[in-house]
Design a protein around this ligand. Structure first.
Ligand SMILES: Cc1ncc(COP(=O)(O)O)c(C=O)c1O
Length: 381
């Protein structure tokens, strides 16, 4: 098997992640609740995960990181915090995943908010000037996907924040956290949402949001927090304000181990390796007749190692099937939960076949995938 579906979820996970999850499963403890030794140990594990995530985003205070089941939940929590009302204006890109697009659409339908989505330019990349031009007095929030899970295009999120000035920005780092160094993102982004099971190399069921100081936080759900138990009101301090119920301690043990793996390996090194693979693949795939590669091209640094292709005369799902049946290559076909991104890329409604490279892929695998595309294209002609 050649696994090229890392944008869906990364595989394999480092051994240390598997061991950490197993260790947590064998521990008799719930974090932040009981006072016995294993419970304290579980709390320390959760804190380690919080600290590690804060480190990835360049946040000074780990308590600004609240955990959630995934980035979808985190985005829903974050958007709720802004209390968007009828007539308020919200901006996003059109390269958003449905995990952003659907909550924004709901704001429009239920609350009467005015949601406007900005197309990328002809190079497939968002232009900060397009955001600057659209900001108006009622603009309450800007939401941007840091890297498209369809075209791989990186959004110039920092420049977009500079362009929109005081308007808060929410960045979806589902496709960049762990694969792209994020530097001091927390020092300028108001909310950063993440998912643990993709580039962060952790288990599914982990994710969350890193919320800037002074950014409004409102829970989507309230309940047990292990703190202020005397009160029937949910705590209003971070991170408890955004966490209700027992955390996924087992998953977070894995996420903490994954963060250690990333720190030991170096995210710069991971990025360089993944981009080498994407470039090897794109160079080889470009020789396949009738093949269109979406997003920024070969050698363009404004992308991640997620490369979607459209082959003339072959549906995206047929292409994925031929790749799996003939070559054992796992990809993802269709619309990738991102219909707007496909519209913007001219690949709607048929979608595309997506190859997404991860740290554990090899150059030989990238070459095999490109060779498979060339063979399939030849056979079809
Ligand atoms: C850009 C982007 N945002 C959000 C998501 C949703 O991730 P999750 O299902 O982990 O919430 C994905 C997953 O494919 C994604 O690629």
């Amino acid at each position: 098997m050649i696994y090229l579906d890392n944008a869906a979820t990364s595989f394999p996970k480092p051994d240390s992640v598997v061991k950490a999850v197993e260790g947590a499963l064998l521990a008799p403890a719930s974090p932040g609740r009981s006072g016995h030794r294993p419970a304290h140990e579980a709390s320390r594990t959760v804190h380690r995960a919080r600290k590690a995530m804060a480190g990835i985003f360049g946040a000074k205070d780990p308590e600004r990181v609240a955990f959630a089941a995934n980035v979808t939940w985190a985005i829903n929590v974050a958007v709720r915090g802004f209390d968007i009302k009828a007539g308020d204006h919200v901006l996003s890109g059109t390269l958003e995943h449905n995990s952003t697009a659907r909550p924004l659409r709901l704001l429009r339908d239920r609350c009467g908010a005015d949601w406007e989505a900005v197309d990328p330019g002809p190079d497939g990349v968002l232009d900060p000037e397009d955001f600057r031009r659209r900001v108006r007095p009622g603009t309450r929030l800007v939401v941007v996907n840091h890297a498209s899970n369809v075209t791989g295009a990186l959004a110039p999120v920092r420049e977009i924040k500079e362009a929109v000035g005081a308007v808060p920005i929410l960045v979806d780092t589902a496709q960049t956290a762990g694969s792209v160094p994020l530097g001091d993102m927390a020092s300028w982004a108001d909310v950063i949402c993440f998912t643990g099971h993709k580039g962060l190399l952790g288990p599914t069921g982990t994710g969350g949001l890193c919320v800037g100081e002074g950014v409004p936080c409102r829970a989507l759900a309230v309940g047990g927090s292990g703190s202020r138990s005397e009160s029937l009101e949910h705590p209003d301090f971070m991170p408890d304000a955004l966490e209700a119920g027992t955390l996924n301690t087992h998953g977070l043990a894995g996420l903490a181990a994954a963060a250690s793996f990333l720190a030991e390996t170096g995210i710069e090194k991971i990025r360089a390796h993944e981009m080498d693979l994407a470039n090897v693949f794109m160079e080889g795939a470009a020789k396949a007749q009738g093949l269109r590669i979406l997003g920024p091209g070969l050698g363009d640094p404004r992308r991640v190692a997620t490369v979607s292709v459209v082959m003339e005369g072959v549906s995206s799902s047929d292409l994925a099937r031929l790749l799996e049946e003939g070559y054992g290559i796992m990809t993802r076909a269709g619309l990738h939960c991102s219909p707007m991104a496909h519209r913007a890329s001219g690949s709607f409604p048929g979608g595309a076949t997506r190859f997404s490279f991860g740290f554990f892929n090899t150059e030989a695998e990238a070459e095999t995938a490109a060779g498979a595309l060339r063979e399939i294209a030849r056979a079809r002609r």
